[in-house]
Design a protein around this ligand. Structure first.
Ligand code: PLP
Length: 268
């Protein structure tokens, strides 16, 4: 059994957050384990309320779990507050002691699409520390702009941001997602090379005319985490995750009056 662990916020719609991650893990053939970092009240239109979990409870969930169960890959999603992010950091130290080298994917969530903050601003330095040594980091354009501190309105700007995130946050690979860009939604994959350089590749995307869809970022990072848990390298895991999201977008359906939800389950 291959196990992927999601450390994320709860989204009662099941379209994003921990509930979505577990569905993606299942669809991608791995067992899903989950540690809750925050509760939210939300529907398909917007996030109504955010309630971070008690940091000591987040830490205890992680400590108790990883003393017993060894995940093959870990995904970090919504961390809500600096105290929770620090609790996650401590929990990951315990994991490292029990099982060194488990690949980590960091989806550096700052806000939901409706603008609701999903991480308090003072937690950004802790989030950046959590990216150190990550196998993959998956910022969207806004997150890349904030975390790298550079303009991302041009391709050169995105490339500069990706390089900066590798060099300054210490992630071994960064996928800057272009889904929110005008025009083609191409993604930029930057990878640390053993010689000390950074290799950059643009991955062409196709714009699907499906309207507003909830949870695409969560699904992409979760599918990549599942790929790493199954032993794929980062490039293959990213390729598989992008194909997974493209398929899930094509199957997206309206479950409520707001954004559509991704179609995770294969049609029977
Ligand atoms: N709620 C939770 C718990 C999430 O993890 C996320 C996104 O990753 C969202 C809400 C927002 O999703 P979206 O920006 O797709 O609406």
């Amino acid at each position: 059994m291959r196990i992927a662990l999601s450390i994320a916020g709860s989204d009662p719609t099941g379209g994003a957050g921990l509930q979505a991650d577990l569905q993606v893990f299942h669809a991608c053939g791995v067992h899903g384990a989950g540690v809750v970092t925050a509760l939210t009240a939300q529907d398909t239109a917007k996030v109504h309320q955010v309630l971070p979990a008690f940091p000591n409870v987040v830490l205890e969930q992680l400590r108790v779990l990883v003393r017993d169960v060894r995940p093959d890959a870990v995904k970090l999603g919504m961390l809500a507050s600096d105290d929770v992010a620090r609790a996650v950091q401590h929990g990951l130290h315990t994991l490292e002691q029990h099982a060194p080298g488990v690949p980590r994917v960091v989806d550096p969530l700052l806000a939901a699409s409706d603008g609701t903050p999903l991480l308090e601003r003072r937690a950004i330095p802790t989030l950046i520390e959590l990216c150190d040594g990550a196998a993959l980091m998956t910022p969207n354009l806004d997150e890349a702009r904030t975390l790298a501190g550079c303009d991302v309105s041009t391709r050169e700007g995105v490339e500069h941001a990706a390089r900066t995130l590798i060099r300054e946050c210490g992630a071994r690979a960064v996928l800057v997602k272009g889904g929110h860009a005008e025009g083609a939604p191409d993604d930029c994959l930057a990878q640390w090379e053993d010689g000390g350089g950074v290799a950059l590749r643009w991955l062409p995307g196709e714009r699907l005319d499906v309207g507003r869809v909830h949870g695409t970022g969560c699904a992409l990072a979760a599918a990549a985490t599942a790929g790493l848990a199954r032993g794929l390298d980062v490039e293959a895991a990213v390729a598989e995750a992008r194909a997974f999201v493209a398929e899930a977008l094509a199957r997206a359906e309206a479950a409520g009056s707001g954004a559509r939800l991704l179609g995770f389950a294969k049609a029977r």
